[in-house]
Design a protein around this ligand. Structure first.
Ligand SMILES: CC(C)(COP(=O)(O)OP(=O)(O)OC[C@H]1O[C@@H](n2cnc3c(N)ncnc32)[C@H](O)[C@@H]1OP(=O)(O)O)[C@@H](O)C(=O)NCCC(=O)NCCS
Length: 135
């Protein structure tokens, strides 16, 4: 498994990964290259990707994360998060309240739940859970 920065050549595969992960945010992958976008490559295929950005000095945000259904529970997401998260910073993210897999993943790497935003997703009444990680 190789963890590396995404390139424009990865965008079609990232789009397919995102299609296979409806719980992930569904944005235009072309926009991801404006942020820090990192992929997990297994052989010729992409197993997962993460997108993040710096929001303030020392403060970062996970924007999106997905692992292909065939590659889950093998540590791919944990490797992606470990790769992008530096040692000395704060990280934030929002996750759907119903997304138990992702909440368990984030808690497993040290994020904790610090807030709840009702109606965050607009198209559904579902709340977002705000999670934070401190070095
Ligand atoms: C959430 C997601 C990224 C996890 O990816 P993954 O590569 O399977 O996760 P990992 O194998 O690295 O799991 C690491 C830990 O997270 C937790 N975890 C991951 N998936 C879990 C699940 N379905 N149920 C419970 N815990 C889970 C476990 O603690 C796991 O460690 P373990 O396997 O040793 O028990 C993946 O399920 C996915 O792509 N989901 C759809 C998209 C999505 O929800 N993205 C998040 C948007 S905020």
């Amino acid at each position: 498994m190789t963890i590396r920065p995404a390139t424009s050549a990865d965008l079609p595969a990232i789009a397919l990964l995102q299609d296979a992960a409806p719980e992930a945010s569904q944005w235009d992958p072309a926009g991801y290259l404006a942020y820090d976008c990192v992929v997990a490559q297994h052989g010729e295929a992409l197993a997962g990707f993460v997108v993040c950005r710096r929001t303030a000095p020392g403060e970062y945000e996970i924007l999106n994360l997905a692992v292909h259904p065939d590659a889950r529970r093998r540590g791919v997401a944990r490797k992606l998060l470990n790769h992008v998260m530096g040692a000395a910073s704060q990280w934030f993210l929002e996750v759907r309240a119903s997304n138990n897999s992702a909440i368990c993943l984030y808690e497993s790497v040290g994020f904790r739940q610090v807030g709840r935003r009702e109606g965050y997703y607009g198209t559904s009444p579902e709340a977002a859970i705000v999670m934070r990680w401190d070095s």
